[in-house]
Design a protein around this ligand. Sequence first.
Ligand code: AMP
Length: 415
Amino acid sequence: MNYKAPRGTRDIFGETVLGLNLLEQKAKEIFIRHGFDEVRTPIFEEAALFTRSIGQTTNIVEKEMYIFEDKKKRKLALRPEGTVSLARAFIEHRMDVSRSACKFFYSGEMFRYERPQAGRYRQFRQIGAEIYASSSPATDAEIIILAQEVLSSLGIDKISIHINSLGCEKCRPFFREALVKYFSSVKDLCEDCLRRLEKNPLRLLDCKIDSCKFTDDVPEMSDYLCCDCKDNFYIVQLLLKKANCNFTVNGRLVRGLDYYTRTVFEVRSSTVGSQDALAAGGRYDNLIKEIGGQNTPAVGFAIGAERALLAAQNVGFFENLKIPEKIFVAIADQELFSEAFTFAVKITKYGINGNKDISVFGPINGKSLTNQLKFAAKIQASKTIVFAKTEFENDKVLIKNMKDKTQSEIDLNKL
Ligand code: AMP
């Protein structure tokens, strides 16, 4: 076969699927406990929605979106992230007007045409949460603490939380100006940075190319924050400290999306390699208005499920996985097929001795017992229950332990 999964995508099996499911389940439980409701938005949206809100000069919009035309020539895009789709839904369902329910979470696949490497895929999962209609810095702190709580529930405690304030429309222009001045004197800026210098100089802080690297005297937003933004950022920090949430103020933290205002943050782990951001988010007070809604402040974050799983795996998360016991039902005599079949249906429904954490295979018609046992070994069954004539006449079956190859008889009514 000449077909392969597209570059940057993966087929996910076994423990990884169970791990991702458990991770999402734990995150959902925490979100629900904190008063969030789940929302599912489409996997694709009008491309213009993302272009407008994430920002024309961001990597996501310039290089990473999967854009296609449908049969009616509508320009659509696979969602590169969840915040914008949720904001669109929030407005479309008039929640910006009624402001009824204000906390939502989502989980699902995102798509970015990035250069694949460990922890960076073109199709990946994010689990995110958003709080609408509160401009209180307490909500920023709540979101950061929530991100920490979710990661901690997965056993990921060795993290560093980086926070910064990107200011508001009043103070950010001064910072932009200072950045333009600074970077105008840097030689050998890459082509992207040269272009962005005029339109979006904040992006230059995010460039990974060596020749664009800045020195310690690069301007930092904290020196340009207006009084309101300064107070706001101070309260966020105060509340985080009171909640014993350790953080580092990182004056160079900018995010890859333009809609952020004031608080931004990133949760990093040194255990997962170069793609060390496990979660990220921040405040975006202008986004909802920008895409046509009523002025509604908002703050949110997203956890990268694959990266979080990688970090969780390093601290023994997989040991907590409940892997159902595989049971194979075999027949030594073909005429016992219907009895074995009925038995398999029964234990699938009711479990064995009340244990429903099992996964039942068989019986298979028309195969020798040797071949059935080979199949049982192949699917890594831990036990094979064999229906054989002599034993069945006495209401018994044989149980083969597939690991140590021992065999015993047991009364059918005891199963
Ligand atoms: P962002 O939407 O860029 O703020 O990213 C939020 C989180 O999603 C990051 O901290 C990562 O954990 C995860 N993430 C972003 N891009 C990728 C990717 N290409 N592959 C895997 N995870 C990603």
